[in-house]
Write a protein that binds this ligand. Structure first.
Ligand code: FAD
Length: 446
């Protein structure tokens, strides 16, 4: 008999869910974690990032407060205070995740694990264990370009730990992590330059919404260098960075953050030797039941490079546990996954963008509402929100909702139910507005 029914490698969003639920079904489960329980999302992703977003937003709230009658004495931001409070909160959540595992009698190995065969694992300490099933939930890791001086740059792993707030920060990348940190550092008072290889950012979002973010960001003072690449980084004697560029003038900065993509964490895991098939990016290839090419080895989450989001990793892990230990087989439905960019202001979307719908469906209708939120109007903040509904012209069904404006992700989560439920534009029209809100615009577009 094997030592465990299930051995999970990686205690992040997917690994913890799979371990806890499988154990609750009665399986004998072990989990190995080489860094910290909670994984990317809890330790150096969604959670600390969102707390920084909240912290950053005070900059505007405190400014706007005056028009609402509040006399706010001169504001001053202290990075170490926020950083340390965020890190303490992360440690609190890490402990809660660890408790969940121990309460379910999951054996935790706080060390790296590698696969030595279809049912065999070797831990960093040299201990060998066996398991009927192995689940790889090792996530992904930031990709850093191979350029001279790259050791002077940071990735999202280090950004939460900075000793001091950079006066000038260059952020490379066109994805959501780059846009989010551009907003965060700008609000804290850093001068931000966002560098991107092309002139398209946030590619999978509706480009009309993205254009609005770029306009607002430019007006706020964020600098964009499109069609530009970073060739070389030199550190000067005073600690500052000289960044040699192609496509624009060289840039002097105090920090350089690369947010140029994440690659699946599969190197050195022993997968080739075990016969596990991988794709071009090193991702583990799995079927709809999360099973790899080796029948006893499974994978969920970012390491499979399907949709790299926490709720998706959790769904995959839940489906794995239900199917193989809970006797309730099911598969994840990847349609209509909502997503957001916690920029300033935030944007969010679900379903098809206007461009996708036009290509796929041909006959579509779009409805937009371009408005200034009531709070922004009184505050004199010249920042307009934009909501968009994309409708299938042949049957009136709403196939996409896209929005930018205050609280857009909070509003979109509820609206996403409408897309999943295949609701029609006429259902939105028939819904009475809740006044005065921003969300009422969703049911008032004609
Ligand atoms: P992870 O959570 O990455 O967990 C993998 C774990 O495996 C890690 O703890 C790692 O240390 C461990 N590990 C790796 N190899 C081994 C080994 N050989 N042995 C033992 N342990 C190992 N998603 C959202 O949905 N919303 C957001 O707002 C959001 N913001 C993000 C912001 C940032 C800056 C980043 C980087 C990511 C963000 N994400 C967000 C993505 C989200 O964090 C991931 O999709 C999610 O964490 C994936 O979960 P996972 O279980 O696949 O892997």
């Amino acid at each position: 008999m094997a030592d465990f029914d299930l051995f999970v490698i990686g205690a992040g969003s997917g690994g913890v869910r799979a371990a806890r639920v499988s154990a609750a079904y009665g399986a004998r489960v072990a989990i190995a974690e080489e860094y910290r329980v909670g994984g990317t999302c809890v330790i150096r992703g969604c959670v600390p990032k969102k707390l920084l977003v909240y912290g950053a937003h005070f900059a505007e709230d405190l400014e706007d407060a005056a028009m609402f009658g509040w006399d706010v004495p001169k504001k001053r931001f202290d990075w170490p205070t926020l950083r340390d409070n965020v890190l303490a909160e992360v440690t609190r959540i890490e402990a809660a995740y660890t408790d969940t595992l121990t309460n379910h009698e999951v054996t935790i190995f706080r060390e790296r694990a590698e696969i030595t065969g279809p049912n065999a694992i070797r831990l960093a300490s040299g201990k060998q264990v066996t398991a009927d099933k192995i689940l790889i939930a090792t996530g992904a890791t930031p990709v850093m370009p191979k350029i001279e001086g790259i050791e002077h740059a940071i990735s999202s792993n280090e950004v939460f730990l900075l000793d001091a707030l950079p006066k000038r920060i260059v952020i490379a990348g066109g994805g959501y992590i780059a846009s989010e940190f551009a907003g965060i550092f700008h609000q804290f008072g850093s001068h931000v330059t966002l560098v991107n290889r092309t002139d398209v950012i946030l590619r999978q979002y509706d480009q009309q919404i993205v254009d609005r973010l770029i306009q607002i960001s430019l007006r706020k003072g964020i600098d964009f260098k499109f069609h530009s690449t970073i060739d070389k980084i030199d550190r000067r004697d005073d600690g500052s960075l000289h960044i040699s560029m192609t496509g624009c003038d060289d840039i002097e900065a105090s920090a350089l953050l690369f947010a140029t993509g994440r690659k699946p964490n599969t190197s050195g895991l022993g997968l080739e030797a075990a016969g596990v098939e991988m794709g071009e990016k090193g991702q583990i290839k799995v079927d709809a039941d999360n099973r790899s090419s080796v029948p006893s080895i499974f994978a969920v989450g970012d390491v499979t490079d399907r949709i790299q989001l926490t709720p998706v990793a959790i769904r995959e892990a839940q489906a794995f546990a239900d199917t193989f230990f809970g006797n309730t087989p099911h598969q994840v439905d990847y349609s209509c996954v909502p997503s957001a960019v916690f920029s300033h202001p935030p944007l969010a979307g679900v379903g098809m963008t206007e461009g996708e719908a036009r290509n796929k469906l041909g006959q579509i209708k779009t409805y937009t509402s371009d408005f200034r939120a009531m709070k922004n109007a009184l505050a004199g903040r010249d920042e307009r929100s934009l909501y968009k509904l994309v409708v299938d012209g042949s049957n009136d069904r709403i196939v996409g909702i896209h929005m930018i404006g205050p609280d857009a992700p909070e509003i979109l989560q509820a609206a996403a139910v409408a897309i999943k439920g295949k609701l029609k534009k006429s259902d939105f029209d028939a819904t009475v507005a809740l006044h005065p809100t921003m969300a009422e615009e969703l049911v008032l577009m004609r």
